[in-house]
Design a protein around this ligand. Structure first.
Ligand code: DOR
Ligand code: ZN
Length: 351
């Protein structure tokens, strides 16, 4: 008989977009309700490039954390061609920075200030390697002549492999992997213990055909874009494997409904409203609920050298309707992934 209840250590989300202001106030409670800690992406407008800016952003997040949740935001630096290695190091030593994020320039939302050529930041990467600060990578090339569905695989070969060779002790997380190629690449480097990968819930649940099922579905558009079914299957297989390098990172990326449903819609799926329920669904479908705790609560802390959370939470096999549009204080709204649908798992909070 399949399990009816699943108790696991409180998980962490190793990749989220919290935004700022009214949007942050609206979306943060969803993440804080389920996760103890989260790696917060720095692609604000303007981006979070200095330790001082990250400390100020962290203070704004902590101000908005709902009372009683004890949520801890882990901050990241947005790397640019002119990042100062000393500021980065000081930020890491002061406990402001947990990691730094590499956005290839113009790869995705608010990445215009990203790194134009990874060789330009060798001094920064050298410093990160020396002090043990992890590099988080948006792994897509930006050359518009490379097909959008190939941009991750080409990045592995052209950018990531040489980078790992140049910095043999640098800790690297390949964020939101979407291809079998990426899974194989991470596995091949697993023995070093310095290469990890996050996997989103939406990439476990959709393939590229879903984006066009019956018409164009802007709320399923994200970057890296979902790939063929064989790739989705490889991601599921990696997530449920229990292997150390693979851990939970939702990449929950809220945009207003207007910004999504537009002639040039923004990339991002807002999954935070039911993040754990969505992962439970994917693991249950694969018959691997017993492996969810390793993926959601153990592998991430181990990679980052942090203790796993002590508290336990429960997921129950019960209907859970994904909320309707989440209204922001300024009148806009955000539509959760699978809004209005009933999922077969419900998050029951701490036990
Ligand atoms: O779909 C995405 N949305 N991918 C990213 O890399 C960025 C994110 C965002 O910030 O909206
Ligand atoms: Zn992201």
């Amino acid at each position: 008989m399949p399990a009816e209840r699943l108790i696991l250590r409180r998980p962490d989300d190793w990749h989220i977009h919290l935004r700022d202001d009214a949007m942050m106030k609206a979306v943060l409670p969803f993440t804080a309700r389920q996760f103890a800690r989260a790696i917060v992406m720095p692609n604000l407008k303007p981006p979070v490039v200095t330790a001082a800016a990250a400390a100020a952003y962290r203070a704004r997040i902590l101000d908005a954390v709902p009372a009683g949740t004890g949520f801890t935001p882990l901050m990241t630096a947005y790397l640019t061609d002119t990042t100062d290695p000393d500021d980065l190091e000081q930020g890491a030593r002061d406990g402001v920075f947990t990691a730094a994020k590499l956005y290839p320039a113009n790869a995705t939302t608010n990445s215009a200030h990203g790194v134009s050529d990874v060789r330009r930041i060798d001094a920064v990467l050298e410093r990160m390697e020396a002090i043990g600060l992890p590099l988080l990578v948006h792994g897509e090339v930006t050359d518009r002549h490379v097909d959008i569905f190939d941009r991750e695989a080409v990045f592995l070969e052209q950018v990531l492999a040489p980078l790992l060779d140049r910095f043999p002790r640098l800790k690297v997380v390949l964020e939101h992997v979407t291809t079998r190629d990426a899974v194989e690449f991470v596995r091949a480097g697993a023995a070093s213990g310095r290469l990890g990968a996050t996997i989103t819930a939406h990439h476990l649940l959709i393939n590229r055909s879903d984006i066009f099922a019956g018409g164009i579905r802007p709320h399923l558009y994200c970057l890296p874009i979902a790939k063929r079914e064989v790739h989705r299957q490889a991601l599921v297989e990696a997530a449920i494997s229990g292997e150390g390098p693979f851990f939970l990172g939702t990449d929950t990326a809220p945009h207003t409904v207007a910004a999504k449903e537009s002639a040039c819609g923004c990339a991002g799926c807002f999954t935070a409203a039911t993040a754990l329920e969505l992962y439970a669904l994917a693991f249950d479908e694969a018959g691997a609920l017993d492996r969810l705790e390793a993926f959601a609560s153990l592998n991430g802390p181990r990679f980052y050298g942090l203790p796993p959370n002590e508290e336990r939470v429960v997921l129950e096999r019960a209907p859970c309707t994904v909320p309707d549009v989440v209204l922001l204080a300024d009148g806009d709204g955000v539509l959760p992934f699978r809004s209005g649908e009933t999922l077969g798992w419900r998050y029951g909070g701490a036990v």
